[in-house]
Design a protein around this ligand. Structure first.
Ligand SMILES: C=C(O[C@@H]1C=C(C(=O)O)C=C[C@H]1O)C(=O)O
Length: 103
């Protein structure tokens, strides 16, 4: 670590995290590892959701029905909105687009 005056560190770690102390940089670095691991799990769950959704859509289309079921999508949107508020609706819309494409 080099330093500029008392208590101001200029390590690579603090630079990368935006922290102003080594203690904060260490906390942020550890928490970012947890976030990266959570993001990997979230991405895996989204991919699993896409696969399950595809099974449903293919079964419905093969049976002569339509790909999209708006009443079900409304229920999914409501579920996310109830849990996460307005941004939850936007998240659900993105998930639905990933799962059944743009309508
Ligand atoms: C998966 C389905 O098909 C489509 C995809 C949906 C989804 O990914 O949640 C919801 C409704 C349908 O538009 C379903 O009807 O459940």
């Amino acid at each position: 670590m080099s330093s500029i005056g008392i208590g101001i560190s200029t390590t690579d770690t603090t630079t990368a995290t935006g922290a102003r102390t080594d203690e904060a940089a260490a906390l942020i670095g550890g928490a970012r590892e947890r976030i990266d691991a959570l993001d990997d799990r979230i991405i895996g769950l989204v991919q699993e959701r896409m696969a399950v959704s595809a099974v449903i859509q293919e079964a419905r289309i093969t049976s002569g029905g339509r790909r999209v079921n708006l009443s079900r999508e409304t229920a999914v949107l409501g579920h996310y909105r109830d849990a996460l508020g307005k941004p939850g609706t936007a998240l659900a819309m993105t998930l639905l687009e990933l799962c059944r494409g743009r309508v």
